[in-house]
Design a protein around this ligand. Structure first.
Ligand SMILES: [Zn+2]
Length: 391
């Protein structure tokens, strides 16, 4: 019983369309930049609520049990995310500890609670209190919830340690794998989708306002963030990210050194993942964003569609460069065997975390609609229907 009366604004180019009720399997696309405006929701509010509750239970399991246990000479050392955060804090890197605690625990938990709050009301045909505020908060939280990246971090840590000692995966690891799948599903529930869900239920939800037009002041801010990320990229790669002390002696490891080591161990696939996430992705993000900002600034009219696609890629890969930071803190939590083996995070990890946060802020702050606007596309297309395509 879609009302179908209100409008849909494209968040990537700023065009506005009349909303058309969708059939199962359909999605509507922007006529101008081809971004998906809306896709048919397979689940009702009640079904989504059930998924959120299941996610909450898996979240508790993932954090209550250790991810892996490392055995060195018969002695075992278990580690969960919380252990890893505590060890990192105690090693003198509170900023790295805080960053990983937020991205791996606090913000995903807030995301689950917030969806429970919103869907708990919608499932019973009511609007939640503070609906508008909750939706704003949801949009702000989403890019920073990194459970899938953390899962990949655990897997990389397992491969790195496998050659050194015996490892036993824990219940936490399996729970984290399931959690990553659930969280990825829930990422699809954007504020926009929840709002249209409320409208379709016939609730008196606020109408989504066309996002405020971006101002050219954005250019200066984005350039400043890109420049800061470039500067931090140097210590992130030249300083060691961790130090390993064992009976065999002490050694420090840089990101690239770790990749070469993994390759040498024969784990070329994991080496490739770490190389792409830690070395290639940050450079790609910096180069791609600089290009996008520059082209928008000089009012370039060419390849607007492709530039919008490129922005979406930059947005999507943003959090994946956090991978190596998770690996380092996990290894630190596992490698606590006194003189036998001690692993500690090092300055490079803090610098690397800064690069990730700075590039993410730069990407989120830049508004791709500015490129369309500067290229002269001001007209709203509210008289037209959106393009309906079958998935
Ligand atoms: Zn568009």
């Amino acid at each position: 019983m879609g009302t179908g009366t209100h409008e849909l604004a494209c968040h990537h180019c700023g065009a506005v369309f009349r909303r058309v009720p969708l059939e199962p399997g359909e999605s509507s696309r922007c006529l101008r930049c081809d971004s998906v405006l809306e896709s048919y929701s397979r689940f009702s509010a009640r079904e989504w609520l059930a998924i959120v509750i299941a996610t909450g239970i898996v979240f508790i399991l993932a954090n209550a049990f250790p991810e892996v246990t490392l055995f060195v000479q018969g002695k075992g050392q278990a580690a969960s995310l919380i252990d890893a955060v505590r060890v990192t804090w105690e090693s003198g890197y509170p900023e790295v500890a805080a960053m990983t605690f937020a991205a791996g625990f606090l913000l995903p938990l807030a995301h689950i609670c917030l969806l429970f709050w919103i869907l708990g009301a919608l499932a019973f045909g009511r609007l939640p209190v503070f609906f508008k505020e909750s939706l704003h908060l949801l949009d702000a939280l989403l890019p920073w919830c990194m459970v899938p990246v953390f899962l990949m971090g655990v897997l990389v840590a397992v491969v790195k340690m496998a050659g050194l000692a015996s490892l036993v995966p824990g219940i936490g690891l399996f729970a984290t794998a399931v959690l990553a799948v659930f969280i990825t599903m829930l990422t699809g529930l954007s504020s926009h989708k929840l709002l249209t869900m409320a409208h379709d239920m016939g609730l008196d939800a606020p109408v989504e306002k066309t996002p405020r037009a971006p101002t050219p002041a954005l250019f200066a801010r984005t350039w400043a963030l890109i420049l800061a990320a470039c500067i931090m990229y140097l210590p992130a790669n030249f300083l060691p990210i961790m130090e390993i002390a064992s009976i065999g002696g002490a050694s420090s490891h840089t990101i690239l050194g770790g990749v070469i080591e993994l390759w040498g161990m024969g784990s070329w696939d994991i080496a490739l993942v770490v190389f792409i996430a830690s070395v290639a992705v940050p450079i790609f993000k910096i180069v791609a964003l600089s290009t996008l900002v520059f082209l928008a600034q000089v009012r370039s009219t060419s390849q607007l569609k492709q530039r919008t696609q490129l922005y979406k890629v930059v947005e999507f890969i943003g959090q994946w460069s956090m991978l190596d930071v998770f690996v380092v803190i996990l290894l630190s939590a596992l490698g606590r065997f006194g003189n036998l083996l001690t692993i500690k995070p090092s300055g490079g990890a803090a610098a690397f975390g800064c690069v990730v946060v700075l590039t993410m802020l730069a990407a989120m702050g830049f508004d791709p609609r500015l490129a369309w606007r500067r290229a002269g596309h001001r007209r709203h297309l509210s008289s037209q229907r959106a393009n309906i395509t079958l998935n």
